[in-house]
Design a protein around this ligand. Structure first.
Ligand SMILES: NC(=O)c1ccc[n+]([C@@H]2O[C@H](COP(=O)([O-])OP(=O)(O)OC[C@H]3O[C@@H](n4cnc5c(N)ncnc54)[C@H](OP(=O)(O)O)[C@@H]3O)[C@@H](O)[C@H]2O)c1
Length: 326
C-alpha cells in the first residue's frame, strides 16, 4: 500500500521533501478499532507547521508519516456505534486504508451529502467562520474585511456577514478569485497581487473597517490597520502567509492598535465546542436553503497529494481543496 511521508525536516516546503512510499497494509482492527477506506483527504494550511517540524500529536509524525483530516468509510468494525458502510471524519495517515480507534472517528450525519462537506463548509472551516464572526459581535451597517476570501473559511465569513447586514469586503489573490468572491455576494473583492492595496482599500471602505477577519498575515493585516476604525476588532484566525516564514513578520501600521484602541483577538475554534451545534445548524440551513454557497476543488489520486497541497499553500485554487481516492 502507498503512504505519504516527509523525507526530511525542512523550513520551506518543497515537493521533493515528500515521498510516496510502499508500506505494509494496517493490521486487522483490535477491540474498539475500525478499518477505514479513505475517500477524501483535506488539504489544510495548518498541516504545514507539522510538516516542517514534525511535532504532530499522532504517533508516527516523528517518522515522517503525514496525518491529516480525512473522510472515510468504515470497512471493518470491532467497535460499538460504528458499522460497516458508515462514513466518518477521522484524522488519519495520507494513505488508502487506516486502522484507528473508533473514538477518533466521528460518524457523519448521512443527511450530509456529499460527506466531504464536513471538511469544509459544514465542518471546521464553516464553524471557524461562524465562531470567529460571532466573537467579533458584528452589527448591521458595519464594514467587515476578510482575507483569503475565496477559501473555505473566508468565503463563509463574508456570506454570514452579508446575512447579518454588514458591508463585506474580501481580499484574495488574483482576478479569478476576486470574481468568485463577488459572485458570492461580497460587496467588493480586492486583489492583493495588484499594487497599492491600502489605497484601494481606503476607496472600498469609505467609512473605514470595523471588523478585520484575518486569515493571511502581513499582506492584508498591514493595509487593514491603515483603515481600521476607532475601537475596531481584529479576529486573528490564521496566518497562512507566515506558517513557512523564514523572517519575522513586520507591520508598518502596528501603532494603530494603540492609537485606535483596537482589539486583536486570536481564537482557536476547538475551544468553542459549546457553540458547534448552533453554528452547524445555521450552516446546514444555509446550504439546504441555498443562501450559503461553497466550492470544492477536487484532485483525483493519492499520488497528487503533495503537489496539490503545495499548490494550495501557494494560493492556487478556490474553495475547499481536497484529494479524492477511488
Ligand atoms: N483559528 C482556528 O481555529 C482556525 C481553524 C481553521 C482554519 N484556520 C486558519 O484560517 C485560515 C483560512 O483557512 P482556509 O482553510 O480557508 O485556507 P485557504 O483559504 O484555503 O488557504 C490559504 C489561502 O491563504 C492565502 N495566502 C496568501 N498568501 C499566502 C501564503 N504566502 N501562503 C499560504 N497562503 C497564502 C491564499 O489565498 P489568496 O491567494 O486568495 O490570498 C491561500 O489560498 C488559515 O490561515 C487557517 O490556518 C484557523
Amino acid at each position: 500500500m502507498k503512504s505519504w511521508i516527509m523525507r526530511r525536516r525542512t523550513d520551506t516546503l518543497h515537493v521533493d521533501d515528500y515521498a510516496l512510499v510502499d508500506i505494509d497494509p494496517p493490521a486487522a482492527p483490535g477491540p474498539g478499532e475500525v478499518r477505514l477506506r479513505t475517500l477524501f483527504i483535506s488539504l489544510d494550511p495548518y498541516l504545514s507547521r507539522f510538516m516542517k517540524i514534525w511535532e504532530g500529536e499522532h504517533p508516527g509524525w516523528e517518522q515522517g508519516h503525514v496525518y491529516g483530516r480525512t473522510v472515510a468509510e468504515v470497512t471493518e468494525s470491532r467497535a460499538d456505534g460504528l458499522a460497516v458502510g458508515d462514513k466518518v471524519l477521522a484524522v488519519a495517515r495520507w494513505q488508502p486504508e487506516n486502522v484507528v480507534p473508533a473514538s477518533s472517528a466521528m460518524r457523519i450525519d448521512p443527511e450530509i451529502d456529499p460527506p466531504s462537506l464536513v471538511l469544509g463548509v459544514l465542518g471546521a472551516s464553516g464553524r471557524t467562520a461562524w465562531i470567529g464572526l460571532d466573537l467579533a459581535h458584528p452589527k448591521a451597517g458595519e464594514t467587515l474585511l476578510v482575507s483569503a476570501a475565496s477559501g473555505p473559511v473566508g468565503s463563509v465569513v463574508g456570506q454570514l456577514a452579508k446575512r447579518r447586514g454588514l458591508r463585506a469586503i474580501g481580499i484574495a489573490g488574483g482576478a479569478e478569485k476576486c470574481a468568485y468572491v463577488e459572485s458570492l455576494g461580497f460587496d467588493v473583492c480586492l486583489d492583493h497581487r495588484l499594487p497599492d492595496l491600502a489605497g484601494r482599500l481606503a476607496a472600498a471602505a469609505p467609512k473605514g473597517v470595523d471588523i478585520l477577519f484575518e486569515n493571511i498575515g502581513q499582506t492584508s493585516l498591514d493595509p487593514a490597520l491603515s483603515v481600521i476604525n476607532e475601537k475596531g476588532r481584529i479576529m486573528l484566525c490564521g496566518l497562512a502567509q507566515h506558517y513557512n516564514d523564514e523572517v519575522p513578520m513586520q507591520l508598518d501600521h502596528f501603532k494603530a492598535l494603540l492609537y485606535k484602541q483596537v482589539t486583536l483577538q486570536g481564537f482557536r475554534t476547538a475551544d468553542f465546542v459549546d457553540r458547534y451545534e448552533e453554528a452547524t445548524a445555521e450552516l446546514m440551513a444555509g446550504v439546504r436553503e441555498g443562501w450559503l454557497r461553497y466550492d470544492e476543488q477536487i484532485t483525483d489520486g493519492l499520488e497528487h497529494a503533495a503537489e496539490a497541497y503545495l499548490a494550495m499553500l501557494g494560493g492556487q485554487g478556490i474553495g475547499k481543496r481536497l484529494i479524492r481516492l477511488p
